[in-house]
Write a protein that binds this ligand. Structure first.
Ligand SMILES: [Zn+2]
Ligand SMILES: [Zn+2]
Length: 289
């Protein structure tokens, strides 16, 4: 589900170089008119990552790049050129280097568990490159957690010498716009905690969940592509098992579903492109509550 090796990257790079300039311009224009979003899976592993430290199981020792999963996050490129990061994992530096990410215009947080926020300090580099603060969008509970954990970043008295991430917090409730792109927060349950998934047009990202409220199913109507938590086969109190995820995916009925937040005990290796362009649902507002 993600770019994992130089060997994997090389063919795409060659293909891009061989695409005529006018065709690239045409494709870009088409993407803009149609409102595609391009999604890159930065990581699809569980909180420990795969391989896990000190584990000798077959998956953790595997040399197959599909068995090497960084912590879960996606990078969304909107049709108007806006670059959006969903969660900042402890692997963010490696993920940004691997995918040559040079700009982040906004960060969305699903929730404040360590595997989803602990890379936030790495965005200092994007502050320097863009010479701008980065807006963060999340719910009230995650806003409170992030401002507590990264207090130094929001405290005006913090000495600036060591470099402090420049951030602007925005607490969201309902749908909002990032440039031309409408983003729909999708409430989901992660054990006893209510967290957020996000929908961009016909694409939705639901990590870290073990149940979806009835009202949120309505927000997931008409998807082309769904990314859904499927931790492992054994039951877990805060994550869907593979069987549960399959059942939920069938009910949502997206044209394609990919699983994420996958543990090393799960040997499912879905083949997925490194990124997908997803046809947006520009008239989404008229059909959703
Ligand atoms: Zn997680
Ligand atoms: Zn979590």
């Amino acid at each position: 589900m993600m770019r994992t090796s130089r060997a994997n990257r090389a063919p795409a790079r060659r293909a891009r170089l061989s695409t005529p300039f006018h065709l690239r311009v045409f494709i870009r224009a088409l993407c803009y008119i149609a409102g595609f979003v391009r999604v890159t899976f930065l990581g699809t592993g569980t909180s420990h990552g795969v391989p896990m430290i000190g584990c000798d199981c077959a998956v953790c020792r595997s040399q197959d790049p599909r068995d090497q999963r960084l912590r879960p996050s996606i990078f969304v490129q909107c049709d108007d050129g806006l670059h959006v990061l969903v969660d900042t994992t402890p692997d963010l530096r490696a993920q940004a280097l691997r995918h040559d990410i040079r700009r982040v215009d906004a960060i969305l947080f699903t929730h404040a568990h360590a595997d989803h926020i602990m890379g936030l300090d790495e965005v200092r580099r994007f502050n320097i490159l863009s010479r701008a603060a980065i807006p963060i969008y999340t719910d009230a509970a995650t806003t409170a957690d992030i401002t507590r954990v990264f207090r130094y970043a929001f405290d005006p008295d913090t000495p600036k010498g060591g470099g402090v991430p420049q951030l602007r917090m925005w607490t969201i409730g309902a749908r909002f716009s990032l440039g031309r792109q409408e983003v729909v927060p999708v409430p989901i349950r992660h054990g006893s905690r209510g967290i957020l998934g996000f929908r961009f047009g016909r694409f939705a990202y639901l990590t870290d969940c073990n149940s979806i409220p009835e009202s949120s199913f309505e927000l997931l109507d008409g998807l082309d592509c769904l990314v859904l938590d499927a931790l492992r086969h054994k039951p877990h109190p805060t994550h869907f098992t593979v069987a549960e995820a399959v059942e939920v995916a069938r009910r949502i009925g997206a044209r394609q579903t990919y699983f994420t937040h996958i543990a090393m005990t799960c040997r499912t290796r879905p083949r997925a492109p490194r990124s997908r362009r997803v046809w947006p649902w520009r008239t989404m507002g008229s059909s959703l509550p």
